[in-house]
Design a protein around this ligand. Sequence first.
Ligand SMILES: NC(=O)c1ccc[n+]([C@@H]2O[C@H](COP(=O)([O-])OP(=O)(O)OC[C@H]3O[C@@H](n4cnc5c(N)ncnc54)[C@H](OP(=O)(O)O)[C@@H]3O)[C@@H](O)[C@H]2O)c1
Length: 322
Amino acid sequence: MRYVRLDTAKPLSRIGLGTWQFGSREWGYGPDYERLAATIVRRAVELGVTFFDTAEIYGFGRSERLLGAALAADRDKVAIATKILPVLPVASVVQQRAVASAARLGVTGIDLYQVHKPNPAVSDHRTMRGMRALQDVGLVAEVGVSSYSLRRWQVAEAALGRRVLSNQVRYSMLDRKPEEDLLGYAEQAGRLVIAYSPLAQGFLSGRYDANHPPVGAIRRANPYFLPENLERGSALIETLRQVAAAHDATPSQIALAYVLRHPNVVAIPGASSVEQLERNAAAAEIDLTEDEYAALVNAARAFRPVTGLAAVPRLIRSRTRG
Ligand SMILES: NC(=O)c1ccc[n+]([C@@H]2O[C@H](COP(=O)([O-])OP(=O)(O)OC[C@H]3O[C@@H](n4cnc5c(N)ncnc54)[C@H](OP(=O)(O)O)[C@@H]3O)[C@@H](O)[C@H]2O)c1
């Protein structure tokens, strides 16, 4: 395993584990997945994974509970990140919700407490006042945000009066917007970009095609899995396979190596099996050559999926069909 070079209290592994899937039926993993989830977490610790991401909203608290229980023996070794859903994120609410998350996780301190999304109506000054108080009493070690623009990330830092360590954003070969400014800022200022959906929810694994789309409500609502987009993506998947062959690796591992090419990035893939987790952890060791990286960039740029408003009628049609 490789670790980020940042002065955090605990080392942060470059491959973490995302746990939205834990306790969330919408992923379609069935009732046995909860037991498997604990095995996935324990195997992750064995492989040197030290960064675990959850949120109070995942499974309405179930993900925090499952993760906390599975990490019970290893809490001092690993960093647990959770998130507040910012419905009314004024200082007092932020403080109450952190206490509730810590109780579900079974911890006395949250290593990274993140604002799940920017709130359009409540200013970061009010939210960060709560975060500062939580840091002052030692309940929260580091503060983070999610899906923030660079500008708003910096406003949040000014409001906190301290570093806002991380910005968790959608970042994969299909969603490369963070490359425009967030990655550069993180590198220059000693901050972290946490890449969520780094496999584009499994699209980049190459497991799915127009005749075999994934199950579950989450991915039925994701335009990347429209039959048309799965077809359009076949050239990109082929490039991933070619690069993977040179590393005796899988397309997913190469997709993870792509985002890890930038130093201040941690990727937090979810996993539906222990084997996936093992492969994901091993991806931290893959170094892409310049030529391979260029080939991946070109293939990613050439992929033109149907997204946004144009995808809506197609999503409705594909839902009513199946
Ligand atoms: N901050 C936010 O707003 C936000 C939003 C979304 C996610 N997140 C966080 O980011 C984490 C990851 O994002 P995500 O779960 O949306 O997407 P992801 O990590 O890109 O995709 C996860 C899915 O990909 C498949 N997969 C994983 N490893 C694989 C492997 N080695 N080979 C083949 N397939 C593999 C699995 O599904 P199948 O096996 O079923 O194909 C798995 O459930 C979440 O768990 C959550 O913690 C945060």
